[in-house]
Every structure is written in structure tokens, then in C-alpha cells.
Design a protein around this ligand. Structure first.
Ligand code: CDP
Length: 216
């Protein structure tokens, strides 16, 4: 799937709405690069915690972000942030990082930094990028915009099944009410509620819509 201008499939939605699972399936099927932008925020939150920074202190988080030793790296069809050459893959899924991440994500300078780096991912090729502000703020120009959702009960059950203890409602509330690039449904996004649906079904619906949009 490639043409002169890179294709960007943008997927937003609240926690455990199936973004990562579907983005992974879609990117593999279409031969695109998968970018989990939540992992980028989680990597910064992990780094802040490991440096002993109070993540609710926005000025301290912004100062850290200004010159942290990180770099975007492509491995196979994934792009992620490495810190000092290390990708903290398991560490960024801990309860501590999950609790800290939405504070880090509120900082305006952090969001600018992420936007610049996330937009630069098109240099790697066609993208499936998922997060909270991809349709609204990172790639508002893409015609392929999706907002995934599922019932609050089903989302909490999915996260509990991952074995991670977390109050998703509190994080979703912070993500939807913050000043900088909150989670919203933008005009032109296709809203897909995937409660009770398998990832194979949801991803097939998204791929069919992308194909129809490309032919339109
Ligand atoms: O996996 P889950 O959906 O729970 O979260 P995630 O995608 O790993 O994102 C973790 C957190 O990063 C979110 O709760 C947001 O606070 C922040 N985030 C953001 O602000 N903007 C994005 N584009 C992606 C994530």
C-alpha cells in the first residue's frame, strides 16, 4: 500500500477501546507502519518516574522533555521511542506508569514535542497511528479518521484481563477534560463501537472503509 503521498490511518479513542489491537492487525494486513503514540507518552512518564520527577509538576516535566536522550526508532513495522538506546517495553505498562502518564500528557510543551516527532513518522512510510489526538491534532488532514469506543464495563474488563490494576474512568476523565489536545470525536471521523465484536471484525470494517475512502 504505497503511493507518492504517505497514507495515514488515524485512530483515536479512550483507554482499552481496542485501538492497539486493531491498529496492529490493520498495519500488518495493509503493510503499513504501526505507531502507538500512547507508548511514546508512557516512555516519557517512565523516564520522569525513573529520574525522580513529580509528574504533577508540569514545569519539571517540560524541562525534562526539552532535552531527554530519546530517539524514534523503526523495528520491522513498528516505530517507538528509545531512551539512551533502550526501549522500556515492559516497564511502560506498569500501574505506576499508567497512573502517571495522563499528567505528563497534559503539558503543552510535551504535546508540541510529541506532535513534531509523531508527524515526522511519515518519513518511515504509510502509517496506522493510534492515540488520543491523532484525528484532531496530529494528522487532521487525513481522510482516514476513526474513533473507537466500547462500553465502560467492557473496557474496564479488558484492562482487568490484562492483569493491570487501574481506574480507567479517572484517566479517561483527565484525557477528555485537559486543555491541550483533549480526546474528542472530530467531524469526519467514523465512530466504531466495538463492544461484543472481535478485533478481526472491527479491523475488517476499518479496512473496508479505508478502501472505499481511497476510491472515492
Ligand atoms: O492503552 P491505553 O489506551 O490505556 O492508553 P495509551 O494509548 O497507552 O495512552 C496512555 C496515555 O497517554 C493516555 O491515557 C493519555 O493520557 C496519553 N496519550 C495522549 O495524551 N495522547 C495520545 N495521542 C496518546 C496517549
Amino acid at each position: 500500500m504505497s503511493e507518492s503521498k504517505p497514507i495515514v490511518i488515524a485512530i483515536d479513542g479512550p483507554s482499552a477501546s481496542g485501538k492497539s489491537t486493531n491498529a496492529r492487525i490493520i498495519s500488518a494486513k495493509l503493510g503499513c507502519i504501526y505507531v502507538d503514540t500512547g507508548a511514546m507518552y508512557r516512555t516519557l512518564a517512565w523516564y520522569a518516574l525513573s529520574m525522580g520527577i513529580d509528574v504533577t509538576d508540569m514545569a519539571a516535566v517540560e524541562a525534562l522533555c526539552r532535552d531527554w536522550p530519546s530517539k524514534l526508532v523503526r523495528r520491522e513495522n513498528n516505530v517507538w521511542l528509545e531512551v539512551d538506546g533502550y526501549f522500556p517495553e515492559k516497564e511502560i505498562r506498569s500501574s505506576e506508569v499508567s497512573k502517571a502518564v495522563s499528567y505528563v500528557a497534559q503539558a503543552p510543551y510535551v504535546r508540541e514535542w510529541m506532535k513534531e516527532h509523531q508527524r515526522s513518522c511519515v518519513d518511515f512510510g504509510d502509517l496506522v497511528m493510534e492515540g488520543r489526538d491523532i484525528t484532531s491534532n496530529i494528522f487532521p488532514e487525513t481522510p482516514h479518521k476513526f474513533y473507537l469506543d466500547a462500553s465502560a464495563g467492557e473496557r474496564q474488563a479488558r484492562r482487568d484481563a490484562d492483569g493491570i490494576e487501574e481506574d480507567l474512568a479517572a484517566r479517561d476523565q483527565r484525557d477528555s477534560t485537559r486543555k491541550a489536545a483533549p480526546l474528542v470525536v472530530v467531524e469526519g471521523a467514523t465512530v466504531i463501537n466495538n463492544s461484543g465484536e472481535s478485533p478481526e471484525e472491527t479491523s475488517a470494517r476499518i479496512i473496508a472503509l479505508v478502501e472505499a475512502q481511497r476510491q472515492a
